[in-house]
Write a protein that binds this ligand. Sequence first.
Ligand code: DX5
Ligand code: ZN
Length: 218
Amino acid sequence: MIAPSILSADFARLADEVKRVEGADWLHVDVMDNHFVPNLTIGLPVVQAIRQVTDIPLDCHLMIDDPDRWAVGYAEAGAYNVTVHAEAVHDPISMAVDLQAAGAKAGLSIKPGTALDDWVEVLREYDTLLVMTVEPGFGGQSFMPDMLDKVRSARRMVQTGHLKVVVQVDGGINADTIEAAAEAGADCFVAGSAVYGADDPAAAVAALRESAARHTHG
Ligand code: DX5
Ligand code: ZN
C-alpha cells in the first residue's frame, strides 16, 4: 500500500492535491503540534474538511503530545487509521481500545531512537505499526536504513502470528529506498516529497507500488 503524505502538497489547494493522488491506498495526514515535534501543521478541522472531498481512507499520523486526549476525535471525524506515538501516549492499551471503539484502526509509531522490543506486547492490541525512518517533524529528509532492522523484526512477528499489524514506514521513501523497505517486510509506504514533488503524483504512486511489489517476499 502507498500512502501519499499531504505534508508535501500545496496547502492552499488541498482538495485538488488530494484528487491528484486518486488511486492511493491511504492518504497520510501529518498532524503536528509544535510540542511533540518542532513544527505545526494541520489539525482536526482540516481532517474533517478533507474527509468531505475524498473516499481515500485517511491515515492520520499524530505527532502530538497527549494523544490520549485528542486521538479519538480523529477517529470520530472518519479517519480510517489513527496513529499515535509511543513516546507521547500515556495509556497505550486504552488508546488502542478507544480508537477501535470509535471505528478506526489503531496505529502506534516509534521514533528512530525508540526500540521496537519495548512495545511488542502493547502492539498486540494495535492494527498498525509505523516505523519512522526519519526523525518526525519535516518532509524531505533522508531515509535512515538502520531502521530496517525494526521492520524485519516486526515482519517476523507478523509471520509467526505474534503480531497482526500492518508494517508501515514513513520518511525518505522514494524510488531509491522503497525496494529495501519492501525487502525488509514493510507493507505500507508513506511518501511525501517523492509523490508531490513528481510532475504526475498519481503516476509516482503507481510506480512506487510496482517497485514495492517487485521486492516483496511471499
Ligand atoms: C515526517 C512525516 C512524514 C513526511 C514524509 O515527520 O511523518 O509523513 O511527510 O515526507 P517525505 O516522504 O518527504 O520524507
Ligand atoms: Zn507521517
